[in-house]
Design a protein around this ligand. Structure first.
Ligand code: PLP
Length: 312
C-alpha cells in the first residue's frame, strides 16, 4: 500500500488518483482505486499559538510513525509533494518534515517518492524542493517546469538499485510500461533547452532577487484586513481571503480576467505562481489588480449584506 498526505494531489490516472486526496477528482472512480493510507498534513498553519512550523511538522511525523508502526510490512512507499502541497491550496510546511520522513522511511524500509511535478525546477527557491531538507528521495517525479511549461514531458528518476531491479534484457522480466510518445524528441529538446538555461544563467539567484523585490511590493496587500496566512516560498505566494461569498474563486477569476490577469484561486486561497521571466512591472500590475479585485468583491458582498451576488 501507499501512504500519501491529507489533501494530496498526485494526478488523475488510476494509480495516481489512489494517492490523491481530493474527493472532487477521486470519488467518481472510488470503486476502481486501490485504497491507500492517509497521513496528516504537516501544514504550517496547524501550529497552535506559540508553536512553530517545525512543531506542526513534528506532530505530523509522529502521526505518520504511528501509521507506519500499525501497518508495518504492508507499506511500499510514502509519496509527498515536497514543501508545498499545491492543489490543497498552496499548503506550505517546514523542511523538517522531509528530513524526518527520510529517517522514518529508512527505519521502516519503505520508499520515499518525491512528487516534484509542481515544485521542481526552482519553484521553491532550490532546483528541487527536497534539497532544502538535505535528503535524497528514492523516486523523483518531474514534469511541468522541465520544459518551462511549453511542451508535455514527464519523467521519473530513481536510484541505480531500483532501476536495476526493473531492468532486464528478457522482455518478460523487464519493466514494460510506456506510451506512444514516450521520450518524444521535440519535448526532450525543449527540456534540454531548459536545462541549458539553468546551466548557463543563475536562474535561482535571479529568482531570489526577484522574490525579495516582489515581497516588498506586497506589503499593502499582505496588510489588508481580509487577507490571512500570507505565505511565501521561492516563486510561490499564497494567502486566504476572508469572504462570505461561496463563489469567491469564480468571481475573483472573472474579475481578474477583466483586468487582463489569469488568477485562479483554490477556494478562498489566492496564489501567485508566476513564470520566472515575469518583470517587476508585470508583477506590480498583477498585485494592483489583485488588490482592486479584493476591494471590488468586498464591496459587492457588503452591498448584498453578506450574500453573494452575481457580477456582470
Ligand atoms: C500537475 C501535477 C500532477 C499531475 O501530473 P500529470 O502529468 O498531469 O498527471 C501530479 N502531481 C503534482 C504535484 C502536480 O502538480
Amino acid at each position: 500500500r501507499f501512504i500519501s498526505l491529507e489533501n494530496s494531489y498526485h494526478g488523475e490516472t488510476v494509480g495516481a488518483l489512489a494517492v490523491t486526496d481530493v474527493p472532487l477528482f477521486s470519488s467518481t472512480y472510488a470503486g476502481l482505486l486501490k485504497p491507500g493510507l492517509r497521513a496528516p498534513s504537516p501544514d504550517a498553519r496547524r501550529a497552535l499559538p506559540g508553536e512553530s512550523a517545525a512543531d506542526a511538522a513534528r506532530k505530523a511525523i509522529q502521526a505518520l510513525e504511528n501509521l507506519l508502526t500499525k501497518h508495518a510490512g504492508e507499506v511500499a512507499a510514502v509519496i509527498v509533494e515536497p514543501l508545498v502541497q499545491g492543489a490543497a491550496g498552496m499548503v506550505m510546511y517546514d523542511p523538517l518534515y522531509l528530513s524526518e520522513l527520510r529517517r522514518l522511511c529508512d527505519q521502516y524500509q519503505v520508499h520515499l517518492i518525491a512528487d516534484e511535478i509542481a515544485v521542481g525546477f526552482g519553484r521553491t527557491g532550490s532546483l528541487f524542493a527536497y534539497q532544502q531538507a538535505d535528503i535524497t528521495p528514492d523516486f523523483l517525479c518531474l514534469s511541468k517546469g522541465i520544459t518551462g511549461g511549453f511542451l508535455p514531458l514527464s519523467c521519473v528518476l530513481t536510484s541505480s538499485p531500483i532501476y536495476q531491479a526493473f531492468y532486464h534484457d528478457d522482455v518478460t522480466r523487464g519493466f514494460l510500461h510506456s506510451h506512444s510518445y514516450t521520450g518524444n524528441a521535440l519535448a526532450c529538446a525543449a527540456a534540454l533547452a531548459v536545462l541549458d538555461i539553468f546551466a548557463e544563467e543563475d536562474v535561482l539567484a535571479a529568482n531570489a532577487d526577484k522574490a525579495q523585490r516582489f515581497n516588498s511590493m506586497m506589503t499593502d496587500l499582505q496588510a489588508r484586513p481580509d487577507v490571512r496566512n500570507f505565505r511565501h516560498k521561492g516563486m510561490i505566494w499564497a494567502f486566504e481571503v476572508d469572504t462570505s461569498r461561496a463563489d469567491f474563486a469564480q468571481a475573483c477569476f472573472a474579475a481578474m480576467l477583466r483586468r487582463s490577469c489569469l488568477l485562479r484561486p483554490i477556494g478562498n486561497t489566492v496564489y501567485f505562481m508566476p513564470p520566472y521571466m515575469i518583470t517587476d512591472e508585470e508583477m506590480a500590475f498583477l498585485i494592483a489588480a489583485t488588490a482592486a479585485t479584493l476591494e471590488e468583491l468586498a464591496r459587492a458582498s457588503n452591498t448584498a449584506d453578506g450574500q453573494s451576488i452575481a457580477l456582470p
